[in-house]
Design a protein around this ligand. Structure first.
Ligand SMILES: Cc1cc2nc3c(=O)[nH]c(=O)nc-3n(C[C@H](O)[C@H](O)[C@H](O)COP(=O)(O)O)c2cc1C
Length: 302
């Protein structure tokens, strides 16, 4: 019997759209699979390119998961055999449009008792956002069966410069001709078709149990210890900042302070903390670190 797939995503630059197109290619080529693609739009769109002030202004609501109104969602079917959710993290949380989607009653209805594969495209920090998505999916009674995390593989500091350049100018080229191109590489975007093939094979049998394991063998997720370490700490700190900023009368001022705090934390404090960790803690925690990496690479929720 024909299988119905919904591939729903948000994108500003088109990066996630390109990922979704490549990823769903093998499914669309299968005669017994119908893929319905749905790009979501907030009623009030976020600017692209961003100004620095508006970019940082998205932090508190991203972290708190405050929903915004979306343009009407229309689904061709009332139930799907698989939902593919393409998203991007904003400030270590699902982007505001995606967290709005996950809280939308009609989407929650569609999610109920349905297998879901998540695919993200980001700079390099997606773990916290994925944990939040796992929770939202569980609340909607959906079953997360697979996850693919596409990242910018360049050095953490180079990609920090290039993502800000891209987001604040709208240009996805090499800053000053020196820095690498921002975002997920064209090869990795095109390569997501390989993961699509694996998902297609599992969809044919409707046997989801080993999907994530098979995706991991293909390199769908690559967790680097230093990034995981920084992200876990930063996730907790962002939560505190968002609580302080939300509802404050000094919001604009606090956001400027947050911006400089973030740059100092990432460029100065993080390397020092990582050094202390590497000398005094990491060598004695290898089992725990391995377990953490396995957990974040998986699809279960603690
Ligand atoms: C407001 C904002 C915050 C972002 N925060 C993160 C982040 O926490 N981690 C990360 O790896 N990438 C982050 N990014 C990059 C996005 O995840 C994404 O890669 C980029 O916006 C392009 O996605 P799109 O064109 O598909 O929307 C952020 C981008 C924006 C606009």
């Amino acid at each position: 019997m024909s299988k119905k797939v919904l591939a729903v995503y948000f994108t500003q630059t088109g990066q996630m759209e390109s990922i979704i197109n490549h990823f769903t290619g093998p499914l669309e080529a299968s005669p017994d699979i119908t893929v319905e693609k749905m790009r979501i739009y907030p009623v009030q769109s976020f600017p692209f390119p961003w100004t620095s002030a508006v970019f940082f202004d998205a932090m508190p609501e991203s972290v708190n998961g405050t929903p915004v109104e979306l343009q009407p969602l229309t689904f061709a079917a009332s139930h799907y055999d698989l939902i593919i959710l393409g998203y991007q993290p904003w400030f270590l949380s699902p982007s505001i449009p995606i967290s709005s989607l996950l809280q939308h009653p009609s989407f929650k209805n569609i999610l109920s008792h349905t297998p879901v594969v998540t695919i993200s495209g980001c700079r390099n920090m997606w773990i916290n956002a994925q944990e939040k998505i796992k929770k939202r999916l569980k609340e909607a009674n959906a079953e997360l069966v697979g996850n693919i995390a596409l990242v910018d593989r360049h050095n953490n500091y180079a990609s920090l410069v290039t993502i800000l350049y891209w987001m604040l100018t709208g240009r996805k080229d090499r800053k000053w001709g020196i820095f690498p191109k921002p975002g997920v590489s064209d090869e990795d975007i095109a390569g997501s078709a390989l993961f699509g093939e694996t998902v297609r094979d599992h969809l044919h049998t409707k046997e989801w149990k080993n999907l994530q394991e098979n995706l991991l063998h293909q390199g769908a997720v690559n967790i680097k210890y230093n990034l995981m370490f920084i992200e876990r700490k930063a996730g907790r700190i962002f939560l505190i900042w968002s609580k302080i900023i939300n509802g404050s009368k000094k919001r604009s001022l606090l956001l400027v302070v947050f911006k400089y705090y973030l740059l100092i934390a990432l460029c100065i404090a993080a390397p020092l903390i990582l050094l202390v960790d590497a000398l005094f803690f990491k060598p004695f925690l290898s089992r725990r670190i391995k377990q953490q990496k396995e957990y974040y690479a998986g699809v279960t929720l603690k």
